[in-house]
Design a protein. Structure first.
Length: 349
């Protein structure tokens, strides 16, 4: 309908936010809280941010520019590498090398730790899985990048062994999920968990989920039940207790399993519930890697008010990996849901 002045009104008007918190602004504000900060950490995060944007871009265009399928190689732990695994890793390595702030880099795709001698004064070490869940890539299912940042000791010599650290030593960790949009979740030691959404038009991650808190409980479980014949008794009893509740009127849990830890973890952070990849008879050490998958995720879960434990019910962030690609079983998510696993284990041990 025409207005009194004869002009046609717009269909709807978007409310414009002119005071957006970008990741860059967030990091700058965080840095100003630490008088001793030199800006190195912030610069390292900017380099990380660029690698997430690049990986997101190539994943979106993969089918169009022939980046689908296997690369014909396998990685450090014997998994088949996808073309995008290789590209994601190269993007990540280049970003870390050129940042000048990263001395050591452990990547799932690299057998040995990379030592950047050109940055011998750099005080940070980064651990990452550049594209986690890559078996989902060609089906367009969400995958993600997981990362953790350690601060090296002042007398560090830049050796791989100096990175065999527990998650309690992480100064920051996070992940980016490449889904309908790219979602970046980051947390720093002893701090809150914050979520950012990539605005493709602005080319910036925008703070959309400040201070993420895990719901205390939620009846959702996320695990690869195809492995259940290999599980040990407490794990079997735990999952059966969710599916066959014994209390009167009790309802069974919902199952949700994407098969990309980043996507399953992101849903768990938002909705609550539990994600588990237990160690079992087939994989006695578990499947997921301690340094760059379990520990960073565990730090996020704890900082959001949840719990994360291994198969011995020890806090995941206290586990010291025996080598850089060492694995562990993991149970993580809502505080009360993880507590149920711990309680069942207590009966057995
Ligand atoms: P990847 O690092 O080789 O991609 O493997 C890790 C992935 C996780 O994202 C996911 O939770 C798990 O492996 C899925 O394994 P499965 O296919 O055995 O359920
Ligand atoms: Mg992985």
């Amino acid at each position: 309908m025409a207005q009194a002045n004869g002009e046609t009104p717009p269909v709807a008007q978007e409310k414009i936010n002119t005071d957006i918190v970008t990741l860059t602004r967030f990091l700058t504000e965080e840095q100003s809280k630490h008088k001793e900060a030199t800006g190195d950490f912030t610069l390292l995060c900017h380099a990380l941010q660029f690698s997430f944007k690049s990986i997101a871009y190539y994943i979106r265009r993969a089918s169009l520019i022939n980046l689908s399928g296997l690369a014909g190689s396998s990685n450090s732990t014997g998994d088949d590498q996808h073309t995008l695994d290789v590209i994601g890793n190269e993007i990540f390595v280049a970003a870390m090398r050129s940042s000048g702030k990263c001395r050591l880099l452990v990547s799932e795709e690299e057998e040995e730790c990379l030592v950047f001698n050109e940055s011998s004064k750099a005080r940070y070490a980064v651990v990452c899985d550049p594209i986690d869940g890559s078996s989902n890539l060609d089906a367009g299912v969400s995958v993600g990048t997981i990362f953790g940042i350690f601060r090296l000791a002042d007398n560090a010599e830049g050796k791989q062994e100096e990175l065999l650290l527990p998650g309690t030593e992480l100064v920051a960790s996070g992940f980016t999920m490449y889904g309908a949009s790219a979602q970046l979740v980051i947390t720093m030691k002893g701090s809150t968990v914050n979520g950012f959404t990539m605005d493709n038009a602005l080319g910036e991650f925008i703070l959309t989920h400040p201070n993420m808190r895990l719901p205390k409980s939620r009846s959702i479980y996320s695990t690869n039940e195809g492995n259940s014949m290999y599980w040990d008794e407490p794990v079997k009893e735990y999952f059966n207790s969710l599916k066959y509740p014994t209390e009167k009127g009790g309802k069974p849990y919902s199952a949700r399993y994407i098969g990309s830890m980043v996507a399953d973890a992101y849903r768990t952070l938002l909705y609550g519930g539990i994600f588990a990849y237990p160690a079992d008879k087939k994989s006695p050490k578990g499947k997921l890697r301690i340094l760059y998958e379990c520990a960073p995720m565990a730090m996020i879960m704890e900082n959001a008010g949840g719990q994360a434990v291994n198969n011995r019910m020890e806090r995941m962030v206290t586990i010291v990996p025996e080598h850089i690609h060492d694995r562990s079983g993991i149970f993580m998510g809502s505080y009360d849901e993880v507590q149920k696993v711990i309680d069942i284990y207590k009966k057995y041990h």
